[in-house]
Write a protein that binds this ligand. Structure first.
Ligand SMILES: Cc1cc2nc3c(=O)[nH]c(=O)nc-3n(C[C@H](O)[C@H](O)[C@H](O)COP(=O)(O)OP(=O)(O)OC[C@H]3O[C@@H](n4cnc5c(N)ncnc54)[C@H](O)[C@@H]3O)c2cc1C
Length: 546
């Protein structure tokens, strides 16, 4: 085993990223007796919850589920304050995890991994960072996150803006006081929809620049009553098992009925009940064909549209806010607290960028084809280069010095979303081709990390040093992932799931849509069959392969 001593050390595993994924990977792999080093670009742990400090940021999977399940003690000792914890609380939780499991001593903060190259002679990865680290590792675990590469639109004139501008995904740690300010916010995805009601209450004026109206559901966030929380904790294991057995790794019963099987009045009653309960799953799991059959989907979409129309006072504003160009849930549905109501405020203006697109940013504000909106601050809630962005921003090179950027130029190719042929001993957490962003991601992360830990134990126990996805297995997996996606309504939306929010990004549906249980049993079967679809070799042989 290697012992790390300095900036040119030799390690068993390099982990990139210290969010939920990187921290659990460190904990598990260190537990196997491996030397592990984590590199994290931020100054602290938390990943998503370290960077996204915008007003209103919170999870949209309920906190009791959006948390680690690997330690019963941790589950029992941590109390959540609300149904959906706000960002500061989630960050406190992750900080607590880092301390409780003594993780910080193996994490190097303020360090961005810039390149990782597989040395075929040594059968090892050479990893370099922007801080001058140049380390060698047998394995790389890319815990770089799916939503960590923030994208700011390329609008001419941004540098001329005399006010302050921010991206929700890179929010200043000291917070921003919008009191008395004229604020413009660009983007109405999840981050925009969470922050708009909060910013509107503080700013003197808020101008919302909307390109695509989104379906948003009420969160119905509320304090978590101690006795209700105690009850969940008393049966936490059962809740986690139910989550593992459900499509999105969230403990809900799978719907059995088709939307058009029930009569319209009953259907409406169920949608009303789901709306009243709030949350992502209540509406998406009302019927089992909502994401498969357009006619079924239309019934849910129409219901939500009718709600927008009821809530928003001005019919013209309501019309602009109403999504009509994509089926419900084919973009990640948003959860909100008073989003549509916010447009009834006197200090909030909605700008429809489909009618009056932005032409430039000027020193005093944003110019659209309709004129200049004078602003003191601009907030970009414009999201991320999802799933592939964080990986492709690193110069990753596999066999034959082949860049991952080349290999994935027409879209990502993985086996199980966890490995890619030609890049031995490189593991991707919640990568493209795995359930990932379609699931409770903490569960998805734990499943991947556990699988990787078992895999490394297996290699060790069998005197093997290298594992690499075969091209055949990868091709078959990519076909399978595409076929599943093609049978759903997902490809009909210009969503970040499809890469459509990033100019020039290949249009490919990124996550695996077959559901978490199906995916997990496939991964388990692959492992049980001696890592079917992977080539396993001893180090010397790996180095010799063409
Ligand atoms: C606002 C917001 C709300 C969300 N809410 C939910 C939710 O309710 N439920 C849910 O399931 N998911 C949610 N997600 C998805 C969320 O990203 C995951 O749940 C989870 O936090 C991902 O953890 P991770 O460790 O995989 O990645 P991240 O938390 O993204 O961490 C990745 C880390 O890698 C670091 N990194 C990246 N590249 C490099 C590099 N080259 N060198 C060094 N470090 C690097 C980044 O700085 C980052 O800290 C949300 C995402 C956002 C943005």
């Amino acid at each position: 085993m290697s012992t790390p001593t300095d900036r040119s050390r030799s390690l068993d595993v390099v982990v990139v990223g210290a969010g939920f994924g990187g921290l659990y990977a460190l904990h598990r792999l260190r537990g196997l007796g491996l030397s592990v080093r984590v590199y994290e670009a931020g100054s602290g742990v938390g990943g998503t919850w370290y960077w996204n400090r915008y007003p209103g940021a919170r999870c949209d999977v309920e906190s009791l589920e959006y948390s680690y399940s690997f330690s019963q003690e941790l589950e029992q000792e941590w109390d959540w304050s609300e149904r959906y914890a706000p960002q500061p609380e989630i960050l406190r939780y992750i900080d607590h995890v880092a301390d409780r499991f003594d993780l910080r001593r193996d994490i190097q903060f303020d360090t961005r991994v810039t390149a990782a190259a597989f040395d075929e002679t040594l059968g090892r990865w050479r990893v370099t960072t922007d801080q001058g680290d140049d380390v060698s590792a047998r394995f790389c675990v890319m815990a770089t996150g799916c939503l960590s590469a923030a994208t700011t639109p390329d609008i001419p004139g941004l540098q001329s803006f005399q006010g302050d501008w921010f991206h929700t995904g890179q929010w200043p740690h000291e917070g921003v006081d919008f009191s008395g300010k004229r604020v413009g916010i660009v983007g109405t995805g999840s981050s925009g929809i969470q922050s708009i009601p909060v910013i509107a209450r503080q700013a003197s004026n808020l101008v919302v620049f909307q390109r695509t109206p989104n379906f948003s559901l009420p969160a119905r966030n509320e304090p978590l009553a101690p006795d209700a929380q105690a009850q969940v904790k008393a049966g936490y294991g059962a809740l986690r098992d139910a989550a593992r057995g459900s499509f999105s790794a969230i403990a809900v019963s799978a719907p059995t009925e088709l939307a058009l099987e029930v009569d319209p009045a009953e259907r409406r009653r169920r949608y009303e009940a789901a709306w009243a309960r709030g949350g992502l799953m209540s509406m998406t799991t009302t019927f089992r064909d909502l994401i498969l059959d357009k006619a079924a989907n239309d019934t849910a979409a129409e219901f939500i549209r009718s709600k927008i129309c009821e809530i928003v006072d001005d019919p013209d504003v309501a019309r602009v806010l109403t999504p009509t160009d994509h089926p419900f849930a084919t973009k990640r549905p948003c959860l909100d607290t008073g989003y549509f109501e916010t447009f009834n405020r006197d200090n909030v203006t909605l700008v429809d960028l489909r009618q009056t697109p932005i032409t430039e940013i000027v020193p005093t504000g944003i110019r659209t084809t309709g004129g200049v909106h004078e602003l003191d601050c601009i907030v970009f809630a414009t999201g991320f280069d999802a799933m592939t962005g964080p990986l492709l921003r690193i110069d990753i090179r596999g066999r034959g010095d082949r860049p991952l950027r080349d290999k994935w130029s027409a879209g990502p190719r993985t086996y199980l979303g966890i490995a890619t042929a030609g890049f031995p001993n490189l593991f991707i957490l919640t990568g493209p081709g795995s359930p990932s962003v379609l699931s409770n991601m903490v569960m998805a992360i734990e499943q991947h990390v556990d699988w990787i830990a078992d895999c490394l134990s297996y290699l060790g126990a069998h005197g093997l040093d290298a594992i690499e996805a075969t091209v055949d297995a990868e091709d078959a997996w990519v076909d399978h992932v595409n076929q599943l996606a093609g049978a759903t309504l997902f490809p009909r939306a210009n969503s970040w799931y499809m890469g459509a929010n990033v100019p020039g990004k290949p249009r490919v549906f990124l996550p695996y849509v077959g559901g978490f249980p199906q995916y997990r049993s496939t991964c388990d079967a692959v492992a049980a069959e001696g890592y079917r679809g992977f080539g396993l070799t001893a180090a010397a042989a790996a180095a010799e392969r063409p």
